[in-house]
Design a protein around this ligand. Structure first.
Ligand code: UD1
Length: 430
């Protein structure tokens, strides 16, 4: 099974280019099926989550052309099925965006309920309530959600929680509904704005995305477009933390610095230097990183998807840090693994209490989920000796050529498939 093996203790130096945002791209791909014309999406990350959703879109009959590694053209005219089965949902949870897109376009959708996830229970009740509010009959039966309506009609929808998924899914369903929809307490994450921008470029009328009140006036039809995905806030943040944890100096290119402000502010508070350029940030680590308190919150708060990577940095910082997770209930599974590397972290309820240690020791660890896996790689890059991170399929869901980009910054890291390859790597790097 593929794993990363690395020799830690090298300060990362140089430049790295950030790809398109995975979580935005998932929404854009679903939106693309709503037109009966060509929709070309550029700057797609080549990661397994995206490739799985593209397969799910092909499976319902859309015409999909891969123009190159990062560009796809989708035409929804040939769609012949409104059913997304559990096999697809198992592979990629965000297939549930096809529920909103198919319901919005055809007035019917049948999509398997997403299963439980490794970071906590992830219900979709808010998505379904939103569809009902638009006039759809929504029935859950034998693990399938069946939503249908002869004509969706706009409505005022208040989300009990500013859910990213529910906001995007309701937006997709509402763009073709009759009349006006208002989503209140909407999520404000950058990818919500990105999906709204692409829908508008397809002829939709969506205003207010990025605020907590989104107004949508339904239009009968969407048309084709060419659209480029925004840069990935979380990939960028991960490299920022990798630079900080190794005490390096890295220029992170193709980013929107505004999207990174809460991460930059936290690193500065910890003693690192962050310089913002128009479309890049430079992070310089500190020999003397200090503790901090972090609490995850919906955007513009500190992203839950950066919580494990930041915790890996704080494990190395002086003093006692606190990391509170307020979005998902089970996002500390990496803590035991970090503690096996010599970190001193205790979890009580939704808070991790971190006593900074001078250094970590390399060992064999397993990635419990996508971002936790990235955190373990960061820890391994900073640790003494060799670290092996198993179960990297999780990491590959959201990071394109992760090990290559890190190696480009001087990291001694390789993806290996067998023990023999691992031993060869160890011999090679000494
Ligand atoms: C998205 C991101 C994920 C990120 C998360 C929070 C994508 C594909 N994934 O996930 O990487 O960690 O936002 O920023 O963009 N909730 C309900 N009912 C619902 C929906 C959500 O109770 O119907 C709860 C969830 O259990 C969770 C919280 O709301 O506690 C936030 O979830 P949400 O914002 O919906 O996250 P996702 O869209 O699943």
């Amino acid at each position: 099974m593929e794993r990363y093996i690395m020799k830690g203790g090298v300060t990362l130096e140089g430049e790295v280019e950030i790809g398109g945002a995975k979580n935005a791209a998932l929404g854009l791909l679903a939106a693309a099926i709503m037109a009966d014309e060509d929709v070309t999406i550029e700057n797609l990350p080549d990661v397994s989550d995206i490739n799985q959703l593209i397969k799910a879109i092909e499976n319902i009959g859309a015409t999909v052309t891969r123009n190159d590694r990062h560009t796809v053209t989708i035409n929804g005219k040939t769609i012949y099925s409104h059913i997304v089965d559990y096999e697809q949902m198992k592979k990629i949870r965000a297939s549930y965006y096809l529920l909103g897109a198919l319901l919005g376009k055809f007035g019917k959708a049948e999509v398997a309920l997403p299963g439980g996830c490794d970071i906590g229970s992830r219900p979709i009740d808010l998505h379904l309530k939103g569809f009902s509010a638009l006039g759809a009959d929504v029935v859950t039966d034998h693990g399938m959600v069946n939503a249908k309506s002869d004509q969706l009609v706009g409505n005022n929808i208040f989300l009990d929680f500013a859910s990213v998924g529910a906001t995007i899914n309701i937006m997709l369903a509402a763009v073709n509904a009759e009349g006006k929809t208002i989503i209140e307490n909407a999520a404000k994450e950058p990818h919500i704005v990105d999906v709204a921008n692409m829908l508008n470029s397809m002829g939709a009328n969506v205003r207010g995305a990025g605020t907590d009140k989104i107004r949508i006036v339904g239009v009968p039809k969407l048309h084709g477009t060419v659209y480029s995905t925004i840069p990935d806030q979380i990939e960028a943040g991960t490299f920022m933390c990798a630079a900080a944890a190794t005490g390096g100096e890295v220029l992170i290119k193709n980013v929107i610095p505004k999207h990174l402000e809460c991460i930059s502010a936290k690193l500065v508070e910890m003693g690192c230097t962050v310089i913002e350029y128009d479309d890049a940030v430079k992070v310089k680590g500190s020999d003397n990183m200090t503790c901090a308190k972090v609490k995850t919150l919906p955007y513009p708060g500190f992203p839950t998807d950066m919580q494990p990577q930041m915790a890996a940095c704080l494990a190395l910082a002086n003093g006692n840090s606190m990391v509170t997770e307020s979005i998902f209930e089970n996002r500390f599974k990496y803590v035991d693994e970090l503690n096996r590397m010599g970190a001193m972290i205790k979890v009580e309820g939704n808070t991790a209490f971190i006593s900074g240690v001078g250094g970590l020791e390399g060992t064999q660890v397993s990635a419990p989920d996508l971002r936790a896996g990235a955190a373990l790689v960061i820890a391994g890059l900073a640790a003494n000796g060799f670290t092996e991170v198993d179960d990297i399929v999780y990491i590959q869901r959201g990071y394109e050529r992760f090990e290559e980009k890190l190696a480009g910054l001087g990291a001694i890291i390789e993806k290996v498939d067998t023990d023999k390859e691992g031993q060869r790597f160890k011999l090679k790097v000494g």
